[in-house]
Write a protein that binds this ligand. Structure first.
Ligand SMILES: [Zn+2]
Length: 327
């Protein structure tokens, strides 16, 4: 392939996509830490990705930032670069690279199901598709997120002497769970761990409905009885969590499909809510993109590769290291 190599490096413009080490020029798909790092000289990304990176890593986390709007191409040397919504988190983008000979699309992390907290996924036709495969096994068919959130609302209704402590990633999943609760008519105050505060404020400033959020502190920590408390998964077993009202442990994650994972983490109410494409979204996106060649960046690569080959699509697993098992 001429435009991009297997390390997602575009040699003719000396730029990397989602590099883990500091580089001169980086194009960033989205602001999760396994894709967006501090310390690059020049960053090209959507305005939301740049804003979220600055919130997480500081205003000076890169020397120069260039924001690119979705669907507005720029030309660097002879490469045309266009960003399209990836539907994963706020600001997440697929990157389409084109020269005279070929089109290459890097999906980054993505999902195709509707989500009011993101710019929804847009299907893009391409010659080569470079896709993730976090949930690249046929056992992964994510249920309707509204049905999952209703389980939480119902459990809160019938167990109002305890609090429901929900493990969520701070960027993206937390705001999606809150928005789903609001969409399903849950109007109570929602308590949040301090780690969720800044990003949630940013989502609210972008007109995403999160309703009334209250940060947990030492004064209100006992007011959580009958309420929903959101915290990063790592905080679920903290001293912090033991100070809350007695809690039912919940987790919102695509991995909750795997009962063993829920059990290991002592999760009593697993909610299968994922910000990644499931097997059916992965395979239908590959089909609908009309790609003749697929590179799989990370995740469950083997099954997806086999599926491609069976469907007469060239496929290769890149096994990029350093990508998380985020959900
Ligand atoms: Zn991600």
């Amino acid at each position: 392939m001429s435009i991009l190599n297997r390390s997602l490096y575009i040699s003719c413009i000396n730029s990397y996509i989602d590099p883990l080490k500091p580089v001169d020029k980086a194009i960033i798909t989205h602001a999760h830490a396994d894709h967006a790092r501090a310390g690059h000289k020049n960053i090209l990304a959507t305005q939301d990705t740049i804003n979220i990176m600055k919130i997480r890593y500081g205003e000076k986390c890169a020397t120069n930032f260039q924001a690119l709007a979705y669907g507005t191409p720029i030309f660097i040397n002879n490469i045309k670069i266009t960003l399209y919504p990836a539907g994963h988190i706020l600001g997440s983008a697929q990157i389409l690279l084109e020269d005279k000979k070929e089109r290459v699309l890097v999906t980054g992390d993505y999902k195709t199901v509707e989500d009011d907290t993101v710019q929804n996924f847009q299907l893009v036709e391409t010659d080569t598709l470079i896709t993730e495969a976090t949930f690249g096994l046929p056992i992964f068919k994510h249920p309707n997120p509204n049905d999952e959130i209703k389980k939480l609302i119902k459990s809160v209704k019938y167990n109002n002497s305890i609090c429901h402590l929900v493990g969520v990633y701070a960027l993206g999943k937390a705001q999606r769970v809150i928005n789903l609760l609001r969409k399903n008519n849950y109007d109570e105050v929602i308590y949040i761990h301090g780690a969720l505060e800044k990003i949630s404020k940013y989502y609210s400033s972008r007109n995403i409905n999160l309703g009334r959020l209250v940060k947990i502190n030492m004064k209100n920590i006992n007011d959580t009885k009958g309420k929903i408390v959101l915290a990063p998964p790592s905080a679920l077993k903290d001293k912090w969590a033991r100070k809350l009202a007695p809690a039912k442990m919940c987790m919102a994650s695509g991995w909750m499909t795997v009962k063993q994972r829920a059990k290991q983490r002592l999760i009593e109410l697993p909610l299968v809510i994922s910000d990644h494409a499931d097997w059916f979204e992965l395979t239908s996106t590959i089909s609908n993109s009309n790609a003749s060649k697929v590179w799989i960046t990370h995740g469950r690569e083997d099954a997806l590769k086999y599926w491609c080959l069976k469907n007469n699509i060239q496929a290769e697993a890149l096994s990029l290291y350093g990508r998380d098992e985020e959900d």
